[in-house]
Write a protein that binds this ligand. Structure first.
Ligand SMILES: C[S@@+](CC[C@H](N)C(=O)[O-])C[C@H]1O[C@@H](n2cnc3c(N)ncnc32)[C@H](O)[C@@H]1O
Length: 233
């Protein structure tokens, strides 16, 4: 199968794997994924105590949104392409705070300068026109609003540790993931989506071009999983 970031394809793939997504995420990350989300939210809490309106974009099943609850928001909007992922998000988060919105990152159905915080966990590498999406995120954030990205990037330097991980990620993880999710391709696609993505330097340049100042970058795992904290100027 040829690698693509076509939105219909991506939405359909996440619909398909939604029933097993959470369990496999935890298992295949060695139960680290929630630690990375928690640590990002802890740092955000140190930056501000005023996160009234939060956008969890590419929210999937809502695990980042669950952490955002700790910031005491008035509203969390969970936005995603995949209706099946949003259904899981809706069951997890409290209905008085959460609003689920089927949407696409390039065209957000929100007014300008509405959000205090936007977060994307493991979503940006799927975006077809990344800089159009980061421009759109800058549009919906207030000046001074924060943007956190947690993502898997191409390592800046290859070393034995990340080369060994690459081997696991390319050869072992797709076999386990595809079998347990009963998908023919979703976890092979996962490897390809990272292999075809940017390194963290290239990503932060895109953010700067969209009008963000980089506040901090945090290497969570082998220079591959990073959190990037930015502020809208
Ligand atoms: C790997 S999941 C991450 C879910 C969640 N944020 C987490 O931390 O586990 C990626 C999600 O991004 C969504 N997605 C991919 N491309 C998108 C786009 N262009 N606009 C909105 N959502 C998108 C997918 O439907 C999927 O639910």
């Amino acid at each position: 199968m040829k690698y693509t970031k076509n939105k219909q394809f991506i939405g359909g793939m996440f619909d398909e794997i939604s029933p097993t997504y959470d369990k496999l995420n935890h298992l295949l990350s060695g139960y680290q994924d929630n630690r990375w989300r928690k640590s990002a939210v802890k740092y955000l809490a140190s930056l501000s105590s005023n996160y009234e309106n939060i956008l969890d974009l590419a929210s999937g099943s809502g695990d980042l949104g669950m952490e955002f609850l700790k910031l005491n928001p008035k509203r969390i909007y969970s936005g995603d392409l995949s209706l099946e992922m949003l259904k899981i998000d809706k069951e997890k988060l409290p209905s008085e705070i959460n609003r689920v919105v089927k949407c696409e990152a390039e065209h957000l159905p929100f007014r300008s300068a509405y959000f205090d915080l936007c977060g994307i966990g493991f979503g940006v590498r799927n975006f077809e026109r990344l800089s159009a999406c980061t421009d759109e995120i800058a549009r919906v954030l207030k000046p001074g609003g924060k943007f956190v990205t947690i993502e898997m990037f191409k390592p800046l330097k290859a070393n034995i540790a990340n080369k060994s991980f690459r081997l696991y990620f390319e050869k072992v993880l797709p076999k386990i993931g595809n079998t347990l999710s009963k998908s023919d391709y979703a976890y092979s696609y996962l490897f390809e989506s990272v292999d075809n993505f940017l390194n963290i330097q290239q990503y932060t340049e895109i953010l700067q071009n969209s009008g963000f100042k980089i506040l901090k970058t945090k290497n969570n795992f082998l220079g591959i999983v990073n959190s990037i904290f930015a502020e809208k100027l």
